[in-house]
Design a protein around this ligand. Sequence first.
Ligand SMILES: *Cc1c(COP(=O)(O)O)cnc(C)c1O
Length: 419
Amino acid sequence: MKEFETFAVHAGEGADPETGALRQPLHMSTTFKLPGFGIKLFDAIYMDSARPPYAYTRWCNPTLRALEDRLVALEGAEAAVVLSSGMAAVSALIFTLLSSGDHLIASEVCYAGSVELFGEHLPRFGIEVSLVDTSDLKQVEDALRPNTKLIYAETPANPILRISDISALAQIAHEASAQLAVDSTWASPALQRPLALGADYVIHSLTKFINGHGDALGGAVLGSEEGIKRIRKDMLVHLGGALSPFNAWLINRGLVTLPVRMHKHSQNAYEVARFLENHPKVARVFYPGLISHPHYDLAKKQMTDFWGMLTFQLKGGLGTAITLAEKIKLFQYATSLGHAHSLLFYYPTDIYIDAASYLNAEQKQRIREWTGDGIMRASIGLESPDDLIADLDRALRARTVKGAVGPLAYRLMKRFASG
Ligand SMILES: *Cc1c(COP(=O)(O)O)cnc(C)c1O
């Protein structure tokens, strides 16, 4: 989409009519003077629209609206609703669309907060859940039931980088009179447009690449006018996950440089992936821009660039992982992703799987086939690729930390494994 870079700068933001300010003023006001009187008028005007007039900031606010309008332009959606975090977006969508007795098919591996919500909590509300590998269309088809309402796919999937075929999933969902929601956080609208591929809803954690500076949590759901109106009215208002206008303002500022940043993240990650693939301490690299990735062709078809995330398996397992985590200087050992800073985070497979009571033996086996004994997730930032590679090379060549430090670090990781 040619206009994408222009939308990133201009959509949803014009000169302020009163002051001429070119940057959107930050509106922190929680409440707005109402034009009339009466609760009926209130319901009709304020609750029955994807773009309600301003009354109370939990429902909408000019600074939130500016961010919504820019996201709508970038994602090619009819409407958007922004929320306080990616998880607030996931939960608002799920609890708007699903009721007791409905069935959800979802990625068995996706962001931990999402898959735990599906696997551990939705059954408490009488919602049936099937967790499958959504990159395997047969598994999705086999999981369909007469009461399937929603297929939920995260692609690329955090943390193992499986890619699911969005248009094929949309077709399966629609033939079964269900809908498809895609968590597209790892791609951002710069690299992948799920609505154009047939999805009904797109979810983003704005916290990651969209903000890009690691200083504001936020989330969004995008889709049809009617669908977004329902999410705002039914669950933003009632679950209450409202985004702070200050965060919206920061995220909107970050969004301006999304196209440029994603290009640089992709270039850097490609360089790092190629370096790691040839490193003697590295057993396997998962990066969809490398031909060795099992979903390389699909990634090439579905995404316009290969983004800044990669994962790799280490020879020497946990020992090498701990050494790497302790010896890096430029990379930081931290969770989260999509920032200017490069980050590493390790997932020991046994701990990850032990903690996931909602996964059966077959699902655990499938995950183990991808991850081996553990994977290191790398969010590649905007630094010089040469400096990043030098940092990794030095840390990988350091002597493996053995003995007392290992078990201690292992226990610590176990405590934080769900983070
Ligand atoms: C981080 C993340 C989320 C959750 O977002 P928060 O803003 O941290 O609540 C959801 N999905 C994916 C793919 C993520 O990476």
